[in-house]
Design a protein around this ligand. Structure first.
Ligand SMILES: [Zn+2]
Length: 268
């Protein structure tokens, strides 16, 4: 197994071995160990779902404390299902409104990248040679827009990364068993992956169209030159495992968002 369950201070989170071996602080945090009440119980990271700012701030502080990272180093975006990539050079001024973006990249150890999820695909990338870290948000719109390709291209042009050196982790999110789509969404996904239809689409016994966002995002990275052996997939479906994860579909919209964090502080 390339994914490792960890527990600290009542928080349960997952790491990927390839990132841990490099000493990169990172985690996909389950819903356990926070202070938020139902239906945000309990480690909810989003203020946009109806939870209080105080609860979310305490939950964020608990997530950062796991890695002894300073909460003031955080940079988070306003996730809008775009293909937009943001290069981050300093922590965010949290008094100002967050930028609309769905991918964050940094080469700065004094910046901690944070994003929020509740079924959409979270992806972490690191470049151990150029010492760069990225996180991005790929729901089906971001998958269609190939946000992963935008991230790899930006890592190449801005940070000098060679795609062959990158490691990638595709985290817990809605799985191919649960991601049912209607014809309009299916058409857009098919158009984005014209030569991989049988790797990403299936039809079940009752005629439901199911898509595999894990495979689609893996293919996007492979098509950019990322080594398939350096891409890990958690294989954890948030709808199947809503006991551990916030799931927009699994909880019919009344739920929180879980946190994903990456930092270069402490990288070997
Ligand atoms: Zn499932």
């Amino acid at each position: 197994m390339t994914i490792i369950e960890r527990n600290a201070n009542g928080l349960k989170y997952y790491q990927f071995a390839a990132f841990s071996e490099l000493g990169i602080p990172h985690g996909f945090f389950t819903r356990h160990g926070g202070v938020s009440p139902k239906p945000f119980d309990s480690l909810n990271m989003a203020t946009t779902v109806g939870d209080s700012n105080e609860n979310v701030l305490e939950n964020l502080a608990r997530m950062f404390a796991v890695f002894e990272l300073d909460l003031a180093t955080r940079y988070d975006g306003w996730q809008v299902h775009s293909g937009t990539v943001t290069c981050v050079a300093k922590p965010r001024d949290v008094r100002a409104r967050a930028m609309r973006t769905d991918a964050l990249i940094t080469d700065r150890p004094d910046v901690t990248l944070v994003m929020r999820f509740g079924d959409c695909v979270p992806v972490l990338i690191a470049d151990p040679v150029r010492r760069v870290a990225a996180v991005y948000h790929a729901g089906w719109p971001g998958t269609v827009k190939k946000i992963g390709a935008n991230v790899v291209e930006t890592m190449k042009t801005v940070y000098g990364s060679d795609p062959g050196n990158l490691i990638a982790a595709i985290g817990p999110s809605i799985g191919p068993d649960h991601f049912e789509v209607k014809e309009d969404v299916a058409g857009q996904l098919r158009a984005a992956f014209p030569s991989n239809r049988n790797q990403i689409e299936s039809v079940d016994d009752s005629g439901r169209i199911l898509f595999d966002l894990w495979n689609a995002n893996r293919l996007t990275l492979e098509n950019c030159g990322v080594d398939p052996k350096r891409i890990d997939v958690a294989g954890i479906c948030t709808v199947c495992r809503k006991d551990d994860w916030f799931s927009h579909r699994g909880d019919r919209g009344k739920t929180g968002r879980f946190g994903v964090l990456i930092s270069l502080d402490g990288m070997k």
